[in-house]
Design a protein around this ligand. Structure first.
Ligand code: DX5
Ligand code: ZN
Length: 215
């Protein structure tokens, strides 16, 4: 199975973002993963719609926004307006999850829902047919370069059982070893920050794709 690779620009060189995006644009990555952090739901603050708008024109890839923000309802519209193709919100902070999924889809884009490592899959059971993607966090959100938490593998299997046709994205600590484990469990979209940006982007991306093709 050929996985979709979603490099996270969190690990990019922010002083050289134009070139970083150009390199990703020429690569085999299908998504560009955009980690939005608000300093409240997670400690760091990263970037907002203005930054995404500034790089949108440089890439035709799928812009995959991962909103690690406390009040997603206040932000969905502005991220849709700057050209995000997928907006993923965290189930932990969405008191009206069904309604927020509709708010995302009303923009004609794809909706995703994310689960922290400690959040049970039951939380999204009643919306799983409405979303396009489930994001299983395999580290606690907030920082790149953390170690993969193995207990999330069972959660991937559970999601796959609930909806076999959905995109299952795994985010955090992905390398060739963990990529194999999560794809065997049913994941088909791999977010990779430090793994992609630590070397030649295309070579690193190809390593992950090859793991999937060999399964
Ligand atoms: C963490 C972010 C991830 C992060 C992944 O909160 O959601 O997307 O950038 O980085 P790596 O691949 O280095 O774990
Ligand atoms: Zn992310």
């Amino acid at each position: 199975m050929k996985p979709i690779i979603a490099p996270s620009v969190l690990s990019a060189d922010f002083s050289n973002m134009s070139e970083e995006i150009e390199k990703l644009e020429k690569s085999s990555a299908e998504f560009i993963h955009l980690d939005v952090m608000d300093g409240h739901f997670v400690p760091p603050i990263t970037f907002g719609p203005q930054f995404i708008k500034s790089i949108r024109g440089k890439s035709k890839k799928i812009f995959d926004a991962h909103l690690m923000v406390s009040n997603p309802e206040a932000h969905i519209d502005s991220f849709a307006a700057v050209g995000c193709d997928i907006i993923t919100i965290h189930a932990e902070v969405a008191s009206h999850l069904h309604k927020l999924i509709a708010q995302i889809k009303n923009h004609g884009i794809k909706a995703g829902v994310a689960l922290n490592p400690s959040t049970p899959v039951e939380m999204i059971k009643w919306v799983i047919q409405d979303v396009d993607m489930v994001l299983i966090m395999s580290v606690n959100p907030g920082f790149g370069g953390q170690s993969f938490i193995p207990t999330v593998v069972d959660k991937i299997r559970e999601v796959k059982k609930l909806n076999p046709n959905i995109l299952i994205q795994v985010d955090g600590g992905i390398n060739e070893q963990t990529a194999k484990i999560v794809m065997e469990a049913g994941a088909n979209v791999l977010v990779a920050g430090s793994f992609v940006f630590q070397g030649n982007f295309e070579e690193q991306i190809q390593k992950l794709i090859r793991v999937g093709l060999a399964l």
